[in-house]
Design a protein around this ligand. Structure first.
Ligand SMILES: NC(=O)C1=CN([C@@H]2O[C@H](COP(=O)(O)OP(=O)(O)OC[C@H]3O[C@@H](n4cnc5c(N)ncnc54)[C@H](O)[C@@H]3O)[C@@H](O)[C@H]2O)C=CC1
Ligand SMILES: O=C(O)C1=N[C@H](C(=O)O)C[C@H](O)C1
Length: 272
């Protein structure tokens, strides 16, 4: 029991943080050894079980990443970009696998994570669910089969607390569609339409974002041509699908060499 990989959850009080703590505690493949929150958060110094409204579990929420990561074989991190970039270096120093679900990362942020992955195992995905990763593959295949007579639009809907758009998942789907078409998403991406935008450019991959209520996460990839439309859809109704994927990545990462990985690697979905 004691040699199970020890997991630290960052952003423990968050929507995903609480989901991940529950998933680790329910798992017989790993154990909870630490929970991190930002300095000044009222959970810091409390037993995490008590902070979550239950019985004490013997893990005190900390704001000291260095001390907390020293106990970890894996750090599961669904927080915010600035926090994640800082944690990547500290997780690498602690030789802990860093599983990153945080979205809204810039190209510059990703370059920093790639640098950290030279010395550490990093698994990062904008969506850790099996269903979305399958949808990414399907999107690439459908995009490869259709020509530019089909306009591609990625439509996503999330809860009203979400701070980034397009969602990490929408970007994964857009990248897959671009790859299927043999183009770079950067050259054809069209997001944030407002006002007199002009007509849609042939070949563009568009993004539309809905924010409202408690929507967990919904993604459509629409292929729209004259006279017909194809729609690929994923609907998340429960955040446990993301937590399950993250735990799987943390365990999988224990036996990998340093490098930057994604959920395709973890789930064995790579085609080559
Ligand atoms: N890849 C995936 O499968 C999924 C990714 N996400 C992403 O995960 C991230 C978090 O989402 P939510 O849990 O909904 O957000 P949230 O706002 O509920 O939670 C974020 C938590 O991180 C904490 N935090 C921020 N900075 C910190 C720091 N420096 N140190 C320690 N803790 C810190 C906050 O206090 C908060 O508790 C977002 O980027 C979201 O898009 C969410 C669901 C699935
Ligand atoms: O913020 C969220 O909630 C989610 N974020 C991820 C994203 O940006 O795609 C994954 C999921 O859709 C939920």
């Amino acid at each position: 029991m004691t040699d199970l990989p020890g997991i630290v959850i960052t952003g423990g009080s968050g929507r995903m943080g609480q989901m991940l703590i529950g998933a680790v505690q329910a798992s017989d493949t790993c154990k909870l050894v630490g929970v991190l929150e930002r300095t000044g958060h009222d959970w810091v110094g409390q037993d995490v079980g008590v902070a979550m409204g239950g019985a004490a579990v013997g893990v005190i929420v900390s704001d000291d990443a260095v001390a907390t990561f020293a106990k970890a074989q894996a750090v599961i991190d669904f927080t915010a970009p600035a926090a994640t970039i800082g944690f990547a270096e500290l997780a690498a120093q602690a030789r802990a696998v860093h599983v990153i679900g945080t979205t809204g990362l810039t190209e510059d942020d990703i370059a920093k994570l790639d640098a950290a992955a030279r010395h550490a195992v990093i698994v990062r995905a904008g969506n850790m669910s099996l269903g979305v990763n399958l949808l990414v593959q399907l999107t690439k295949k459908v995009a490869a089969a259709l020509d530019e007579d089909f306009d591609i639009e990625v439509i996503e809907a999330h809860h009203h607390h979400k701070v980034d758009a397009p969602s990490g998942t929408a970007l994964m789907l857009g990248e897959a569609a671009a790859e299927g078409r043999g183009v770079s998403l950067k050259d054809v991406s069209d997001s944030g339409r407002d006002g007199i935008t002009g007509a849609r450019q042939r070949g563009d991959i568009g993004f539309s974002a809905i924010r409202g209520g408690d929507i967990v996460g919904e993604h459509d990839v629409l292929f729209a041509a004259a006279g017909e439309r194809i729609k690929l859809t994923h609907i998340a109704t429960d955040r446990t699908i993301f937590a399950r994927g993250a735990l799987k990545a943390a365990i999988w990462g224990q036996t990998q060499k340093p490098g930057a990985y994604d959920m395709f690697d973890v789930l064995g979905l790579n085609e080559e």
